[in-house]
Write a protein that binds this ligand. Structure first.
Ligand code: NAP
Length: 279
């Protein structure tokens, strides 16, 4: 009997995870089945679906919106990244316990460092947005050796509060939180990451051209949407290195697969299948 895994979310039909994990299983010769589960909109739907899946012998779940917070709440054990992110995107069921991890941030770092060939050590990094995606990304970026991290958000208070909360956990890497309107005073950055959901509404956060250092990478966490308003804004500011979040998606999946199966899959085939040109 193959081991069972799944992704759970609501809605879930759009999820690329079954395709990605299917490719990983094929490439590594792992005998697994991987399905998509809709946890529904009703209260308790996630917890019920999780209990059913475990009772049926399920070994692990990827968790997507809107259940990432609930996934952390049901865990018996949680990684430091998941605790600081306040959310989990991967669960493992082992010895009757639920282990929670959050691989979004490490997926982002691997995409930037390995796939895009830009080591983060010594870089000035700007994160736009102060939601769940930024919360999960800050510590892995600090661990990669960033020289300085700034979180800038439309609602300044949220960025300031998040920076104050995370700063003591970054091994001394300086972290500042501010409003988008204050970005003019923060200098230039080598990596500018759009972790807002503005692209999903066809908008771009208001980033001054001076925020992009010469040769900077502009990275939009949204994927599959081609040249987003943020990437267009970055290009107009003279930025030539542009990327979307497809590699982050694929790399976080690879981390979960490795944690479940003990073998890290090659991600190139999945990346090639899912990449939409930035045009
Ligand atoms: P979230 O928790 O809902 O946070 C949304 C953030 O976007 C908030 O900081 C919000 O600012 C800001 N925002 C929304 N509309 C804006 C606008 N028009 N202008 C400026 N700021 C705006 O969302 P999230 O979970 O962090 O996700 C953020 C993005 O990352 C989403 O697009 C998601 O798809 C993407 N993501 C991608 C991956 C991947 O694997 N590639 C993984 C995780 C997330 P306020 O606080 O002022 O409202």
């Amino acid at each position: 009997m193959p081991d069972r895994y799944a992704v759970i979310g609501h809605p879930i039909a759009h999820s690329k995870s079954p395709l990605i994990h299917g490719l990983f299983a094929q490439a590594t010769g792992q005998d697994i089945v991987y399905e998509a589960i809709d946890g529904g909109a009703a209260p308790g739907g996630f917890q019920r679906a999780l209990a059913d899946f475990r009772a049926a012998g399920g070994r692990g779940l990827n968790v997507t919106l809107p259940f990432k917070l609930a996934a952390l709440a049901v865990a018996d054990l949680a990684s430091e990244d998941a605790r600081l992110a306040g959310a989990a995107n991967a669960l493992r069921f082992e010895d009757g316990r639920i282990e929670a991890r959050n691989f979004d941030g490490i997926g982002l770092v691997r995409d930037i460092e390995v796939n895009l060939g830009l080591p983060l050590a010594g870089r000035r990094v700007l994160l736009l947005g102060a939601g769940g995606a930024t919360r999960g990304a800050v510590r892995p970026i600090a661990r990669a050796g960033a020289a300085r991290i700034v979180i800038a958000n439309r609602t300044a208070d949220k960025a300031e509060a998040l920076a104050a909360e995370l700063a003591p956990h970054l091994g001394g890497v300086p972290l500042v939180g501010c409003g988008l309107a204050a970005l003019g005073t923060q200098g230039a950055f080598d990596v500018v990451i759009n972790a807002t959901s503005a692209s999903l509404d066809g908008q771009a956060p208001a980033v001054p051209a001076g925020a992009f250092a010469p040769g900077a990478l502009a990275y939009d966490m949204v994927y599959g949407k081609g040249l987003t308003p943020f990437l267009r804004l970055a290009r107009q500011a003279g930025c030539a290195r542009l990327a979307d979040g497809v590699g982050m998606l694929v790399e976080q999946a690879a981390e979960a697969f490795a944690a479940w199966r003990g073998v890290r899959p090659d991600t190139r085939e999945a990346l090639a299948r899912l990449t939409v040109p930035l045009a």
